[in-house]
Each structure stands twice: as C-alpha cells, then as structure tokens.
Design a protein. Structure first.
Length: 255
C-alpha cells in the first residue's frame, strides 16, 4: 500500500488563513489562557528516548491527541496541546515550524526520537509521513502499509522538513510527522485496525529491536522499530508493553 504518487488534497487559501492566526506560542498566550481556552498534557518518561506529540489536538485536528496518548501509553514521553474552542472561535493552530511552546521544546531536546500525530482532511483512510528522520519514516511506512493502510512518503503537502518543525527539535535534530486522514482517525477505523494481527511467525519486536541495536555501530542511530512494542532505546531491558494486537497503538502495528 505504499504510494508516493497519488496526490493529496492541497490546503486551500482559506485553510492557510485559519491555520496561521498566531505565529508563536508567546503570541497565543497574549490572547488565551491555559485551563480556559486550551489544555496541555506533558508526561515525561525518564527511561524513554522517544516523544509522541500532538501539537494541534482537541478541537483543531480532532482525535490526534487521543491517538498520541494511546501510542505513548506507559512507554514513551508525551506532549499534547488541546484546544477547547469551537470551530467558530479563534483558531489556536500554530504552524508546526512556528510551534515553540518552551515546555515542549525542552522535552524534545532531551529525547533522541519524536513522532508527531497530525490530522488532515484527505478522503479515505490514508497516512502521510514526513520529517527529517528519513530512516524512521521508511520503517514506519512499511509497517503501516503492512496493516493495510495507504501510505504516502513523498509528493504530498506535508513534508515536515523544516528544521524548526517541532518534531525535528530532538537531540538528533530529526523526527517523523504523521498526517492521518479523518476517516482513519475516526473511532470505527481505530477499532478495525486494532484487530490487525502480527504476521504469522513474526519476530517479537522487542527482540528484533534488541538484535538490531546490538549489531549497530556507534555511528548508526538506533530507532524505535515499533511504537507499539518499544525497543531498548537506551534502556537496560526490553519493554514489557502490551501486545500490539491488543490495543490500537498497533494500528501502527508498526510491526
């Protein structure tokens, strides 16, 4: 299901006007209050080198924050920004390369990997991957495609290549941006994909990751080969995360 040539719907000029109301987090704070207009969730995990984030959650890119929270679970650090405002209220969306919440930036700076969950209005169940961590983009694209979801990695409007894109502000200067279409974010799609089993005979991901990282040279970056069952990622023992077939985080069977 990997497809780098089928075009996505391009953002309209109206979309761009709505999305660029504020140019920084400081500017947003001049007009809105936390706990009234928006909420934030920050859950650092001392043992994790991975951050999962949803900078446009709540009533902006619906369901992205709940998806990020499910993916992070008890294994990865988490950051979510959730708008409380309705569609006719001021839009709190800050474009990713201008999103600079100091708490989020500080969290990312102490982690090697980051995956940002976003939402787009493309028809059908599709995922668009971008970001500067090209190796991890390829890994996740293959795994998501194996779950039966159409994946685009190039030729779409969401490249995520700007060095100031919030997902690229990790200690490695790289991350992965995942744009999910609304049909894929809806609850029925999440339930359906949560049932996708691991391929017969597939090596447990924690073991695969341990083997791959053990054989990598110091110059080869170790990647979280699955966001459902994390590898060592700087830990002394493999994770005991819930099996990918038992919760939606594996939609990203990312297996």
């Amino acid at each position: 299901m990997l497809d780098s040539h089928v075009p996505a719907r391009m953002p309209s000029p109206r979309d761009q006007r709505l999305r660029d109301r504020y140019g920084s987090f400081a500017e947003l704070l001049q007009h809105h209050r936390e706990g009234v207009d928006f909420d934030r969730m920050l859950r650092p995990r001392a043992a994790s080198n991975v951050v999962v984030l949803a900078p446009h959650g709540g009533r902006m890119e619906n369901h992205t924050d709940t998806i990020a929270e499910a993916v992070a679970a008890e294994d990865f650090s988490l950051y979510c920004f959730r708008s409380r405002l309705g569609r006719h209220a001021p839009n709190l969306h800050i474009t990713s390369h201008r999103f600079d919440d100091p708490d989020c930036v500080s969290m990312l700076a102490t982690h090697r990997w980051a995956v940002a969950i976003h939402g787009c209005s493309t028809a059908g169940e599709r995922a668009f991957l971008g970001g500067l961590d090209v190796g991890l983009v390829d890994d996740l694209a293959r795994a998501i495609s194996a779950a039966g979801i159409q994946v685009d990695t190039t030729g779409h409007p969401y490249p995520g290549k700007h060095p100031h894109n919030i997902v690229n502000r990790t200690s490695s200067g790289m991350g992965v941006q995942i744009e999910l279409s609304m049909p894929l974010r809806r609850s029925e799609a999440r339930r359906r994909h949560s049932a996708v089993p691991r391929p017969p005979g597939a090596e447990p991901l924690s073991r695969k990751a341990a083997r791959l990282t053990a054989s990598s040279s110091p110059s080869t970056s170790r990647r979280p080969w699955s966001l459902a069952t994390p590898p060592t990622c700087g830990r002394s023992t493999p994770s005991t995360a819930t099996s990918s077939s038992s919760r939606w985080t594996a939609w990203a069977a990312w297996a």
